[in-house]
Design a protein around this ligand. Structure first.
Ligand SMILES: Cc1cc2nc3c(=O)[nH]c(=O)nc-3n(C[C@H](O)[C@H](O)[C@H](O)COP(=O)(O)OP(=O)(O)OC[C@H]3O[C@@H](n4cnc5c(N)ncnc54)[C@H](O)[C@@H]3O)c2cc1C
Length: 488
């Protein structure tokens, strides 16, 4: 049975960031992820905002990791090759009453050491954001945007390049503490580890309950979004946030550009019983659209091309106000168990700082020795569509697959699809291609290119088309044949 120093359960942004930090040391580390890829749960379905730290109470873990994470993200992006755009955000007040809230947020941001905060009047905002209607606004220059899956994938892939084991489609189904190690039972066999890090997001209680009696509850809270076509990207230049609602511990429906050039409207906030209930609903779509149109009157209905939802991992019920701080702690009862509980927003922003904290906690159990051969990831290559005509034709002359456009909306070539399929962590679904090279993310949402990508996957992996999945072992793209295969 394989024995590890550290087992991380969960390959979201938190588990992947921890794996990357630990990959710098001489340790045997494994990540168990039940999905077919990393970022298959909350870490792919959020606003993709790098928060500045103006929303969480001073002294809270949320504020601390957000501010620390925000500061180190640019240097990480330079090393790992993911993109950040520091576009800033306006929190807008519609009237005098709301304007008082902006003063409170500014003071909170100041206490949390967030630089550059300024109150702007409506006419000043209009110069930069001609489509936005407001009375006054708080300008937050240190807020940015990121692709949440590109970010998570960058951590995970570079961790694999530094010998961390990522076991995909591997669900932890039982845990036991036996003397000085954990016995980890998965759907694919048993493993042992000295330390266990519970980074399972919404499922943190389930994992903790395998070892001890949890002293907390999880209250899943769904956030739905609408996605706008890239053709409408010039509606705004920065992120546009409302004054946060007083209840539920959320930030309200905001309008956020994505790193790829779409715009997101959302998220809603609805407490639900089932953490897997990721549906989007007609009623909520209408509400999101109408609330956004109040801020952005020029918003046309035909701009909407898709909807999705992400689920918040809340440790406080709606009756308790919905806000609770993170709990990042060594278990008092199970020696060697480190729990990350309630890692809701700003968890994406805080991930790099949280990973450093977990590494510090691990160093109390195991002496950490630096690897001398730690390899930093090469800086991201330009996509084909960003290249000059000369760069494009040079590549096509070397390999004709660069000349075959597979995704017409995003101009993604066959060579880029193959590169996405040969990723270091071995993710092999249609979604893993989408999240690595954007094929299928355009206006037609894969209507044209999916069939071509499936043919490429069939050839690349030499597998039957019936075995190709959309995003998990349960999401088959095909089921049987409608007629017998005809040999030509
Ligand atoms: C609507 C919404 C908007 C948000 N917006 C932002 C934002 O703009 N900025 C920001 O900073 N933060 C934001 N967040 C918060 C951020 O998305 C989360 O804090 C972060 O993604 C949490 O990451 P995680 O790794 O803890 O959880 P997850 O991404 O959920 O990862 C946990 C992983 O554990 C796996 N897992 C679970 N059980 C098992 C098991 N038994 N065995 C193996 N694997 C298992 C799951 O498959 C999953 O992949 C938002 C969140 C939501 C819901």
């Amino acid at each position: 049975m394989k024995n590890f120093h550290v087992a991380i359960v969960g390959g979201g942004v938190i588990g992947s960031a921890i794996a990357w930090e630990l990959s710098k040391y001489k340790l045997d580390v494994v990540v168990f992820e039940k999905g077919s890829d990393v970022a298959s749960c909350t870490s792919k379905a959020n606003s993709g905002v790098i928060h500045s730290g103006i929303n969480s109470p001073t002294g809270s873990l949320k504020a601390r990791y957000c501010v620390e994470g925000n500061k180190i993200l640019q240097s990480l992006a330079d090393k790992l090759g993911f993109q950040i755009k520091w576009i800033g955000k306006y929190v807008i007040a519609k009237n005098e009453e709301e304007a008082k809230e902006l003063e409170r947020l500014k003071k909170l941001g100041f206490d949390n050491k967030v630089p550059g905060l300024e109150i702007k009047d409506g006419s000043e905002v209009k110069i930069k954001e001609p489509n936005v209607s407001c009375y006054t606004a708080l300008w937050v220059p240190t807020a940015g945007i990121i692709s949440p899956y590109e970010f998570t994938i960058a951590f995970a892939e570079n961790a694999v390049e530094n010998n961390v084991n990522f076991l995909l489609e591997t669900e932890v189904i039982d845990l036991k503490k036996i003397k000085d190690h954990f016995l980890i039972k998965t759907n694919k066999g048993e493993y042992q580890s000295q330390l266990l890090v519970n980074a399972t997001g919404l499922y943190c209680r389930k994992i903790d309950a395998m070892l001890e009696e949890p002293d907390f509850q999880v209250y899943p809270c769904r956030g739905e979004y609408l996605v706008l076509d890239k053709n409408y990207s010039n509606l705004i230049n920065s992120m546009i946030y409302p004054v946060p609602p007083k209840e539920l511990g959320v930030l309200g429906v905001h309008i956020t550009p994505t790193i790829e050039g779409n715009i997101l409207l959302g998220p809603s906030a609805e407490f639900i019983g089932d953490p897997d209930d990721k549906r989007t609903t007609k009623d909520m779509m209408k509400t999101l659209f109408n609330e956004s149109k109040e801020i952005l009157p020029a918003l046309p209905e035909k701009a909407v091309i898709n909807a999705f939802s992400g689920i918040r991992c809340k440790l406080a019920s709606p009756g308790e106000g919905g806000w609770a701080d993170y709990r990042i702690e060594e278990s008092k009862n199970t020696h060697g168990l480190i729990n990350l509980l309630g890692i809701e927003s700003p968890g994406l922003t805080g991930a790099p700082a949280i990973a450093k904290e977990i590494t510090r906690m691990i160093s109390k159990f195991i002496e950490l020795k630096n690897k001398t051969d730690f390899k930093i990831r090469k800086v991201k290559k330009k996509s084909f569509s960003e290249m000059t005509a000369k760069e494009q034709s040079d590549l096509i002359n070397k390999d004709e697959r660069w000349g075959r456009i597979v995704c017409r909306c995003e101009h993604i070539t066959e060579a880029e699809v193959i590169e996405a399929l040969t990723n270091p962590i071995g993710a092999q679904t249609l979604s893993s291609v989408k999240y690595r090279c954007r094929a299928g993310m355009g206006r037609c949402q894969g209507g044209f290119c999916s069939q071509h990508i499936i043919r490429i996957m069939e050839k690349q992996f030499n597998i039957d088309v019936n075995k190709i999945n959309l995003k998990s072992p349960r999401s088959n793209l095909f089921y049987g044949r409608t007629r017998e295969k005809v040999n030509d």
